[in-house]
Design a protein around this ligand. Sequence first.
Ligand code: NAD
Ligand code: WQD
Length: 337
Amino acid sequence: MSILVTGGAGYIGSHTCLELLNAGHDVVVIDNLDNSKEESLNRVQQLTHKKLKFYHNDLLDVTAVRRIFKENRINSVIHFAGLKAVGESNQIPLRYYHNNITATLILCAVMSEFNVFNLVFSSSATVYGDPARVPVTEDFPFGPTNPYGRTKYMIELILRDLYASNPLWNIVLLRYFNPVGAHTSGRIGEDPNGIPNNLFPYITQVAVGKLESLSVFGNNYPTHDGTGVRDYIHVVDLAIGHLKALQKLKENPGVVAYNLGTGRGYSVLDVIHTFEKASGIQIPYKIVDRRPGDAASCYADPGKAKQELGWSAAKGLHDMCADSWRWQSDNPDGYED
Ligand code: NAD
Ligand code: WQD
């Protein structure tokens, strides 16, 4: 029996494929390579000395999705595929709604046709929006502030309706906080197109000399040093969380949501300083205006995942910085190198 990984060539998907192969699972990937390169999967196979099966297809192509289920004995699906850039989602909301939501509808319909009812879905802390207080527990009210976040929120609702209609479904919703870092080999990591939107890839590109200086978005937030506070989580810890979620599916949990974060909040300046220590490189930065839509502080209460999945993050901020830097310095142009 195989695990189908949608979006498996992407940042979190590739790290999860590696952990799945290492744990002895058979892995089938579907990815349209819209935001990734097949090279990530080549490297996953080199690192694990194991093979996976790759379908270069779009989830919106129902015929292709059906073919995958016909050709493989799929037992469970980990659904990463989606568009994820917050700013872009404000400009082209229809593309986000279509790609993220319609693709999920197609995936779930084909899963039902083939009697596959085990699903792990990549949700996001973005469903909470700007939380009224921290740490954030899973029962917090939803308040996504952009179309991307609303696709995650809507998909969560759709998946709950699906379970309500048919209790054969087992669905784990994983709400990631801020995934960063890279595999310790330095062979796979985050490879954003163009100028990065997110803090970590921006810092590593400044460090490697591709960008001049970091803009820190605001230093007048009500946080310990005035800059925004987030719960950065190492992508390998996150990947392992998916293996724990697959275990959970075996208990027939219905629909259940978990925060995957460390439970610790770090400011932008904390990250800059830790990165400088880990890399030995000075990061030039300037303080600029707040970025519209940013929360002051967002970090998880990861207690439910610890209690019910037996999962907690093992890696700290220094590991995240050191591993991001190893990936970026070994691969200055990402998978193009
Ligand atoms: P990513 O862009 O690196 O990976 C997503 C993959 O899905 C890409 O390889 C892309 O080519 C593929 N894809 C997109 N639409 C597709 C389609 N219609 N058919 C087939 N493949 C398609 O992103 P990531 O950081 O690895 O994120 C994975 C998932 O986790 C996404 O759903 C994202 O929304 C969610 N998430 C990410 C973060 C984050 O900060 N990275 C945080 C919370 C949640
Ligand atoms: C982190 C902190 C910024 C860039 C985003 C999505 C969220 C989720 C994770 C998918 C903030 C500050 C950033 C820069 C800066 N993705 N910053 N200068 O916004 O917390 O979360 O990724 O689900 O939905 O919104 O992450 O890395 O962009 O920002 O000062 O150049 O760094 O203001 O405080 P964010 P981020």
